[in-house]
Design a protein around this ligand. Sequence first.
Ligand code: DC
Length: 228
Amino acid sequence: MTDSPPRKLIIAIDGPAGAGKSTIASRLARKLAYVNLESGAMYRALALKAIENDISFDDEAALDSLAHNSRIKIEPTLGGNRVTLDSRDVTQRVRETDVSEAASRVSVHPRVRAWMVARQRELGINGGVVMEGRDIGTKVFPDADVKIFLDADPVIREQRRIQQQHSRGASAESMAAELRERDRRDRTRANSPLKAAPDAVVLDSTSLSEDEVLQRVEALVEKKLAEN
Ligand code: DC
């Protein structure tokens, strides 16, 4: 009798900006030899295209048509996700503050979300994926094998974001304000608001180190793998 290889899981990591999702998702994916997919990068790429084409963030029909006419790719690399928009590398550009704000605004529209969710399901359906975002456990993969909702005190999240973006020129004050407003919008939108799935494990990283968070997530993954 031969041992079958371990099943490749779908791991969903949701939570607000600055909670540490990206770091944990990429470290976890590396350890498991899984693919790490940042769903937010797809909203960011569409938002960048809207900025470049002067399309209003409130115009759902135009944004939906823009999405259908776009090739947005997220490719995992050792240094993080490489983001391409219509074959152009926009990895760095999509991290800038104007795009963060725009991504949050375009993501309120149901038609935009439907397009994104369909693409994200295609990317993750075969498993072996750590997908991070806002609605992965609630909407994209409601049957994900492991669901984590990673949260942290808002003041700590603001500080982390300010440190991350320190070299990018924006003032601490404006970055904190941007994060607060984005949070408010992401949590209160009518369609798939940011919230923990009822069966998600909520981890508060406020007073945990990155390694401690990772250990807890790994323990959940190991438990799941042992069940299979
Ligand atoms: O994860 P991020 O900060 O790169 O996401 C940018 C914006 O995209 C976020 O403010 C809301 C939106 N988003 C979303 O609505 N659903 C997701 N699964 C991921 C991101």
